[in-house]
Design a protein around this ligand. Structure first.
Ligand SMILES: Nc1ncnc2c1ncn2[C@@H]1O[C@H](COP(=O)(O)OP(=O)(O)OP(=O)(O)O)[C@@H](O)[C@H]1O
Ligand SMILES: [Mg+2]
Length: 251
């Protein structure tokens, strides 16, 4: 289970006059995420990625605690990252090896010590993601959708208990989006997806709406998405978390 307790995230920023000040990017937020399918929606700059990155310790809280199965992201970062896989919007941010098979094998290096077995396992994983034919080609020759599938494959190869995806389908055309959505839907794992695709969000069990650095609606998709649509058709104020000054929050 993922638990956020009185979480705040603050950062230092420079203002126009050259002075530094602390801004609150997120919080205070308290949540327990137990549902298998959770979607996070919100305007650009509202704090969704900050919230997602808290879940595997990529971002640490400035105040409060984030725990995954009781492990605190601030103290047990390595154990948390073994439990929580993170998929970035841009697959190129996480693919590091020259070919798909090498990239998936790299993910398996801790769990499969033998190199031959590791390659065989990597090929199995790629086959599951429809990439068997492309296992040995240069990564740059893959399409954007294939690279997104590869990034997902490399994360899922580590068998994380939880998968957090930050806009995994934003760069994809309809065919690949449908494919990645179907793949995410088929997973046993708990999946937390940040998305601007409201149809995808509607299929989650729970939707969090982030605005101005806090969770302003949280519940079943229909009610939460109605709240979000109303927010987005109203006056454009307070959606950017980075503009909010932090009062009394630790940096
Ligand atoms: N390290 C940082 N220092 C200062 N400001 C930051 C930092 N990281 C994020 N921000 C600001 O915090 C706010 C929230 O950023 P975040 O990336 O969480 O938004 P988002 O909801 O994911 O937006 P998008 O839909 O555009 O991806 C933005 O205003 C961003 O500029
Ligand atoms: Mg984002």
């Amino acid at each position: 289970m993922i638990e956020l307790e009185d979480v705040e995230v603050t950062a230092w920023t420079s203002d126009a006059g050259g002075g530094d000040r602390v801004v609150r990017l997120l919080g205070p937020v308290s949540l327990r995420l137990t549902e298998r399918r959770v979607a996070v929606v919100g305007a650009n700059g509202s704090g969704k990625s900050t919230l997602a990155r808290l879940l595997n310790g990529l971002v640490l809280p400035s105040a409060g605690h984030v725990r995954v199965d009781g492990l605190d992201t601030a103290h047990d970062g390595a154990a948390v990252r073994r439990r929580v896989g993170f998929v970035f919007t841009d697959p190129d941010a996480q693919i590091v090896m020259p070919t798909p098979v090498e990239d998936v094998a790299l993910s398996l290096r801790r769990t499969v010590p033998d190199a031959t077995e590791r390659t065989a396992r990597a090929l199995d994983v790629l086959a599951r993601f429809g990439l068997a034919e492309r296992a040995h080609v240069p990564v740059h020759s893959l399409s954007g959708g294939q690279r997104q599938l590869l990034a997902l494959a490399a994360v899922l190869a580590t068998e994380p208990a939880v998968l957090v995806c930050d806009e995994p389908t934003t760069l994809l055309d309809l065919r690949w989006r449908t494919r990645v959505d179907a793949l995410l839907a088929s997973l046993e794992q708990q999946v937390v997806v940040v998305t601007h695709d409201l149809d995808a969000a509607a299929r989650a069990e729970r939707v969090l709406v982030v605005d101005g650095g806090t969770v302003v609606a949280d519940g079943p998709p229909e009610a939460a998405l109605a709240h979000y649509r109303a927010l987005m058709t109203g006056p454009a104020t307070g959606t950017d978390a980075g503009r909010a000054p932090a009062h009394g929050a630790r940096a």
